[in-house]
Design a protein around this ligand. Structure first.
Ligand code: ZN
Length: 491
């Protein structure tokens, strides 16, 4: 039944740009300050106050646009978007309309199907067309909870009013909720990666809205569209889209009609409901902002910003696959965060170039420790250089891989170097053949029966001899050398 229908999804993401001050005044953008403490005549919309553009917001907006593959427009126009709402003291929001800051983006993301448990499989590239990314100011916040008399009054906090936002709008290119999910995660990581935004949905500095409709397969026209809001996490967005798609199909198949409307996701009831406030018939009466000149960016400025940007995550993942011969999954995991990718490259170098072993040590051992401690690679108690040294000690046979695991845990707990832990624990592996030969001779002398059986053809007893030698050396003998010498001596 569901296969008869095609889902069409377009997304709008609002990302707060990480400036210290607001976009048109000098007020702080700090989160969590005393309500209305970060305000001035400009962001309060007092008569006669004039906006002045914060150039840092332009620079960060440009980083975001370039990271998402958008074309930067040399000249863009700020416009007034007029509407009335208590958290908007000016009666209009300064945004951009027909001449946005950047447009016509083509972005490649990775997307995957999910099984019933939600596990991703079959990662593959997908192209998303980004219509535009424009700059605008945020509104304030109406406060309906947390104060003693909110049953009688609503409060307004204008600390957020005038905070710079990048609004990123896609074409209706997504066909499943998981594609939308993978896209928003891609955008979030890209913005964090280039330092454009903290992109933290919990703090509200990344917000998304989804436009969802369905149509019969083969239809050329779009079905009735619903706008979804109040999507406080990427997972909520994904669930809300699935809920809507099912509701649309059910309604249409039972002969019902859909209304074009805005709906809110209620995560407690896991359903969407119509927004009570009727604000569907938007008439914002946009007109160019008379108090701001056109925004002009030169090619030199664009070049400077480009030069200052780090290598983007997807480019870096591809390089990791080629340069270090890593699988897609390994390279993706190591590129999940910029600090981790940096960590990996430093560690590979310190290990003497053992890219594969370093990747394995990070993925199987270090990440677990980091997760348990709740810290990122940038704050790892084991610096990248030391992890690389540990990998090279194992490579050189100074300690065994098994000992290495204990050493890493001790390094993580104490912050000591690999060499210091190995010395303190007296772990240095014995690779000296003379010493190992002496132990082997003792073991052979003590096991005449096993020696006889082995020489008579019972080769499985080789493992017994290895075990005895390792035991006699208290685990310190280098297993590789033990194997070589035992083969020689048991002949
Ligand atoms: Zn202000």
């Amino acid at each position: 039944m569901t296969n008869d229908w095609e889902t069409i999804i377009g997304l709008e993401v609002h990302a707060q740009l990480s400036t210290e001050s607001k976009i048109f005044c000098g007020c702080s953008t700090r989160f969590g300050d005393e309500p209305n403490s970060n305000t001035c005549p400009v962001c309060l919309g007092l008569p006669g106050a004039l906006p002045v553009l914060n150039w840092r917001a332009v620079e960060l907006g440009m980083r975001a646009a370039l990271a998402l593959g958008l074309h930067i427009n040399e000249r863009s126009i700020f416009a007034r978007k007029n509407y009335f709402y208590p958290d908007l003291p000016k009666g209009y929001q300064i945004s951009q309309f027909d001449q946005p800051f950047s447009a016509d983006g083509v972005l490649e993301i990775m997307t995957a199907d999910r099984d019933e448990a939600g596990h991703a499989h079959d990662w593959r590239p997908m192209t998303v067309r980004i219509t535009r990314l424009h700059l605008e100011e945020d509104a304030g916040k109406n406060v309906h909870e947390g104060l003693p008399d909110v049953d009688r009054y609503s409060y307004v906090d204008l600390n957020r009013a005038g905070t710079p936002l990048a609004e990123i709008v896609t074409e209706p290119d997504f066909r499943t909720s998981w594609q939308a999910y993978d896209y928003v995660n891609h955008v979030r990581r890209a913005l964090q990666w280039v330092g454009a935004s903290e992109a933290d949905m919990e703090k509200g500095n990344l917000r998304c809205e989804a436009n969802v409709s369905v149509r019969r397969r083969g239809d050329k026209t779009f079905g009735t569209k619903v706008e979804l809001k109040n999507l406080n996490s990427v997972r909520f967005m994904q669930k809300a889209i699935d809920f809507e798609v099912e509701r649309h199909i059910k309604t249409l198949e039972s002969g019902g009609r859909l209304t074009q409307e805005t709906r809110l996701w209620d995560n407690r009831l896991t359903e969407t409901r119509p927004m009570s406030l009727k604000e569907e018939a938007h008439d914002y009466r946009y007109f160019p902002e008379p108090d701001l000149p056109p925004l002009v960016v030169t090619n030199e400025f664009v070049d400077d910003v480009l030069k200052s940007m780090p290598e983007l995550p997807d480019v870096r993942r591809k390089r990791f696959m080629e340069q270090y011969s890593l699988s897609f999954a390994d390279a993706s995991q190591l590129n999940a965060e910029r600090s981790l990718a940096d960590y990996y490259e430093t560690a590979v170098e310190a290990s003497g170039g053992n890219a594969r072993a370093t990747a394995n040590w990070i993925r199987s051992e270090l990440l677990r420790e980091l997760e348990n401690a709740g810290v990122t690679a940038a704050k790892s108690p084991v610096p990248a250089l030391e992890l690389g040294r540990l990998v090279s000690m194992i490579d050189e046979g100074k300690i065994s891989g098994k000992q290495g695991k204990d050493v890493l845990v001790a390094m993580f707990a104490s912050g000591q170097s690999a060499a210091a832990v190995v010395e303190e624990k007296g772990l240095v592996q014995v690779s000296d053949t003379g010493e190992i030969d002496r132990v082997i001779d003792e073991v052979i002398a003590a096991s005449p029966r096993q020696l006889e059986q082995y020489r008579a053809g019972k080769e499985t007893l080789f493992g017994f001899f290895v075990g005895q030698v390792m035991k006699a050396s208290k685990g310190k003998a280098n297993p590789k050398v033990v194997n070589e010498r035992l083969k020689e001596k048991l002949k």
